[in-house]
Design a protein around this ligand. Structure first.
Ligand code: SF4
Length: 476
């Protein structure tokens, strides 16, 4: 925490004075205890069967305790969607299989190596902030399980602590100093070589669990310090679309009126069309007159509220998770339905190497096949999404998987996988560099290819962790 006090400018304060912050009743169930003790609403009691509850209870307090790995949380809205959808149930229901194999990284991507200020990760020309450590409901596959579960992480300097939340005084002071140094040095930071920090993502956790006043305070402060685009990463449209109400949209409109030069990007998170499309009692999607698939009315209202404001953009991104959305037909429906209402399909992700990732990740080559299949029959604008895998070095695209051998190339007898660096976490020059490996249909992470690298100008397989500042080569 800072002892300095942040003082909004007059323009910022005038915007903040317009903000209304209603309270929301998500009717969330927190933890498994209400299910164990039958202390949840009557109609939710059958959400876990007796045998499921017995198996989960047996793990309590052991090293396979599923709640210790990732807290359990559910909204009534999502519970209702789950009644008609096995993928939705799988997304939020704790399962003893999650902790059958606890291999994985405590801090996937060594996020803290890129944290110059508590709560901020500075990568590329972008900053990502942890502004809150919970969401309205919790995805079992969450790749921020260490943050949501408030676990202690070992930092690069050897200290051990929970990840802290970003605070306005520290963040604005860091951005101001970084950008002033960049400007004074002709466009590059004199030590790190980085460009202006021009885009910041509010993340966590889900910023939409904060009230409008807090979100507005972040927006105003980032605008004042010269951030060109603000992103907000949220799954609230799936968990509690009622949050996107008139008071929230009024806050957005007033922000835009005050700071028209600042771009606003909503990075939404739908994993499956069952999260927003209406289903009939037989489990089929409901068609509207004219053939469009009908949306859940509250979700449609939320989405319309965003896409009708042409000055902001809406981008969906989703990991591909075993038994949730490794289904080409579902993904095809989702990509088409989202684009139809004006939202963009941004990235699909291979699962990260979080603790217990083996319960959730599908093989990299399978993820590529599923996405590629799902995009057959989509128009070009519907099929914009790429498959990305977040290497420790940066965001990497799985460009292609071939089925035939490459004649004369040792290691390519079963075909190859081609990766391409999209963004290097530390700097930009590696963009576009590729890495080609021989196929391994079982590989769920890069280590599955370590013995079959054919060509690696991207340096994915000779990556070493970024050095400590004391060693003179810290890239943040
Ligand atoms: S919405 Fe995102 S941050 Fe929240 S639990 Fe799901 S994956 Fe994790």
């Amino acid at each position: 925490m800072s002892d300095s006090k942040y003082v909004p400018s007059a323009r910022e304060q005038a915007f903040l004075d317009t903000v209304e912050s209603p309270r929301y009743e998500r009717e969330s169930i927190n933890g498994l205890r209400p299910f164990f003790d039958e202390k949840m609403p009557e109609d939710m009691r059958g959400f876990y069967s007796e045998s499921e509850l017995a198996a989960l209870l047996a793990l309590k307090g052991t090293d396979r305790d599923v709640e210790a790995r990732m807290p359990v949380k559910l909204t009534r809205h999502y519970f209702e969607l789950a009644q008609k959808s096995a993928p939705i149930r799988r997304l939020v229901k704790a399962d003893p299989a999650e902790t059958g194999n606890l291999e994985g990284s405590a801090d996937p991507g060594y996020q803290m190596d890129y944290s110059p200020v508590e709560g901020l990760l500075h990568k590329y020309e972008m900053g990502l902030m942890y502004v809150v450590s919970t969401c309205s409901a919790h995805c079992r596959f969450c790749y921020r399980e260490e943050l949501i579960g408030r676990k202690e992480i070992e930092r690069q300097d050897g200290s051990v602590a929970k990840k802290g939340m970003a605070q306005i005084p520290e963040i604005t002071s860091y951005v101001r100093k970084h950008n002033a140094a960049v400007e004074a040095n002709g466009g590059r930071h004199p030590e790190s070589g980085r460009e202006k920090l021009r885009e910041i993502l509010l993340s966590g956790g889900d910023p939409m669990v904060l009230n409008n006043t807090k979100i507005a305070a972040w927006f105003g402060a980032l605008a004042e310090v010269g951030i060109e685009s603000i992103r907000l990463g949220t799954k609230e449209m799936a968990f509690f679309p009622q949050r996107f109400d008139d008071a929230f949209f009024a806050m957005l409109d007033n922000f835009h009126k005050t700071y028209p030069e600042v771009g606003v990007r909503f990075m939404i998170h739908f994993n499956h069309p069952d999260e927003f499309l209406l289903k009939d009692d037989s489990g089929n999607y409901v068609e509207e007159e004219g053939g469009a698939l009908a949306w859940h009315p509250e979700t449609k209202r939320a989405m319309n509220g965003l896409v009708s404001r042409g000055w902001l953009c809406v981008e969906n991104q989703s990991p591909l998770i075993k038994d949730i959305n490794n289904d080409p037909d579902a993904l095809r429906i989702m990509q088409r339905a989202l684009k139809r209402v004006g939202a963009n399909n941004h990235y699909f992700f291979c699962g990260r190497d979080i603790i217990a990732h083996k319960a959730f990740n599908i093989p990299i080559e399978e993820a590529w096949r599923v996405l590629n299949e799902s995009q057959k029959g989509l128009s070009g604008v519907e099929a914009h999404a790429r498959l990305s895998i977040t290497h420790y070095k940066g965001k990497t695209e799985v460009v292609a998987v071939t089925n035939k051998p490459m004649p004369g190339v040792k290691g390519a007898e079963n075909g190859v996988v081609i990766f391409k660096i999209l963004r290097n976490a530390a700097d930009a020059p590696d963009r576009g560099k590729v890495c080609i490996v021989g196929r391994n249909p079982e590989a769920i992470w890069f280590d599955g290819y370590a013995d079959r690298v054919i060509f690696d100008e991207a340096g994915l397989f000779d990556y070493t962790r970024v050095k400590k500042k004391s060693e003179g080569n810290l890239t943040v």
